[in-house]
Design a protein. Structure first.
Length: 245
């Protein structure tokens, strides 16, 4: 899907109807609002058809160039609605050879990933703000977005657990400190998983369980290692309680 986040060029728009031609003329003269008005007449509350698919593309592109959160939301909705429609092939054949085929699901994921990357590069949108831009999109889109913003947190938890496990086996006398450090390192990442995916999500449950098991093992190993030289029960119990939590 051709579009840009700043500035505009006719290369990012299609002209397949009189509405497109009129709107683009206004856009060329600098009247953005009039161009929006014209494309809005054939897209607002309308289903995508062979006669207006280019207008959905164009108003989506124009809104994505805006600095307004509302405009960007609407631009995303227009683009995704086009990709998900049965007339997406009409769009494809208007910009590529008629024999060209495309996987709509892959194109949708590509569009979302590219948009997220550009928004992140602009450094003025937090992850929560970027997610909010897709609030009116379908469940599958929401799922893709949420997973996109949790991958790094999942990897961080897995890395923290692996590092703690290695250190615990090498130095069981320090297992309590390793357990406490793991709690401090991983809690924020786990909170983000819960925030984006919900506490009942299978990925959240798996990472939470793995985290709890390693914290618990730190408590067990520390108790076994220290029981003949001091009373390790208080510290060991602290880790076990946190693992249960």
């Amino acid at each position: 899907m051709r579009w840009a986040r700043s500035g505009w060029s006719s290369a990012y728009f299609l002209k397949t109807s009189p509405f497109d031609e009129t709107a683009l003329n206004y856009l060329a003269s600098g009247d953005v609002e009039k161009a929006k008005e014209i494309w809005g007449k054939v897209t607002n509350g309308r289903e995508i058809s062979s006669k207006n698919f280019s207008s959905f593309n164009n108003i989506g592109t124009l809104n994505l160039m805006s600095s307004s959160t509302t405009d960007i939301q609407q631009g995303i909705e227009s683009k995704l609605k086009l990709i998900q429609s049965s007339h997406f092939n009409d769009y494809i054949h208007s910009v590529a050879d008629v024999t060209f085929t495309i996987d709509r699901k892959k194109q949708e994921a590509f569009f979302i990933d590219q948009l997220i990357q550009q928004l992140e590069n602009e450094s003025k949108y937090s992850p929560d703000e970027i997610v909010s831009l897709f609030v009116n999109c379908g469940q599958e889109t929401q799922k893709h977005i949420n997973l996109k913003f949790t991958e790094d947190h999942m990897h961080a938890i897995e890395k923290n657990i692996a590092t703690t496990k290695k250190k615990r086996k090498e130095h069981p006398r320090e297992a309590y400190e390793y357990g406490r450090l793991l709690i401090n390192q991983a809690q924020a990442h786990l909170d983000k998983l819960i925030y984006f995916l919900g506490s009942n999500n299978m990925q959240v449950k798996m990472h939470s369980d793995n985290l709890a098991k390693e914290i618990m093992q730190c408590g067990i190993d520390y108790f076994k290692e220290m029981k003949d030289s001091e009373d390790p029960s208080k510290k060991g119990l602290q880790l076990l309680k946190h693992a249960k939590k």
